[in-house]
Design a protein around this ligand. Sequence first.
Ligand code: NAD
Length: 255
Amino acid sequence: MQIQDTRAIITGGASGLGLAVARMLVAAGGKVALFDVNDAAGVDAVRTLGSAASFHKVDVTSEPTVIAAVAAAAAAMGGLNAAINCAGIGPPRKLVGKDGPLPAESVRRVIEINLVGTLVVSAQAAALMQRNTPNAHGERGVIVMTASVAAFDGQIGQVSYSASKGGLVGMTLPMARDVASLGIRVMTIAPGIFETPLLAALPEDAKASLGRQVPFPPRLGQPDEFALFVRQIIENPMLNGETVRLDGAIRMAPR
Ligand code: NAD
């Protein structure tokens, strides 16, 4: 797809990786609709992004809210051909820890946001995209999901997070197969450690130490580098049905 033609919903678009994708797309001439629970950050983001961006207060776990917001986003952008799923949470909790055994409710919340939320947004977006006039390559749209290297090498305390992200990896190929006949592609990115507000609570020396664990480049990833890969996914019609680690070759240790 031509990057300037992109009309993208970006979940988690008010912060971090999602916001970097929004900046990249608007700078390239595309339009974005940010879906996020954080309305203060969402309104702020739209103020800096300008008229090519809109904010929609959406909790991805609420299907009726997603349905209404997908329609509103398509109306605001004059179309919809990309869904970039970045909304996610990763509260650490061990299977058995100081607070006792891992409660089902805590597992469900992580799965609901990271896995089910991504599925619901992708399904609703694809339902609209299927009506697009295909481009010269026969494409009607693209879906990007954000997993994590924790899908493969989850650390201590990441059992729920790894399950949710592993779920995204597992559904990438069947989802791509489901929508292939509609001219829609599906790709998943598994980021290593990126410098976003998610890591803001960490002291500088802890961040530097994490960065040094990356074989090359020996530093944290920058959100713009994530956005660069999203751009390539949008532009390259052969990228489909696969999860790609974006991690500088890091393999996470148990802790
Ligand atoms: P972030 O906290 O900066 O951004 C996540 C955004 O998601 C926030 O704006 C938050 O308000 C929003 N969000 C949370 N729950 C939501 C919900 N129910 N509905 C809608 N929006 C919701 O984090 P980030 O670092 O930009 O992470 C983006 C994605 O990348 C997440 O899925 C995360 O798991 C994944 N990831 C991040 C890293 C990293 O190192 N930063 C590494 C691997 C994977």
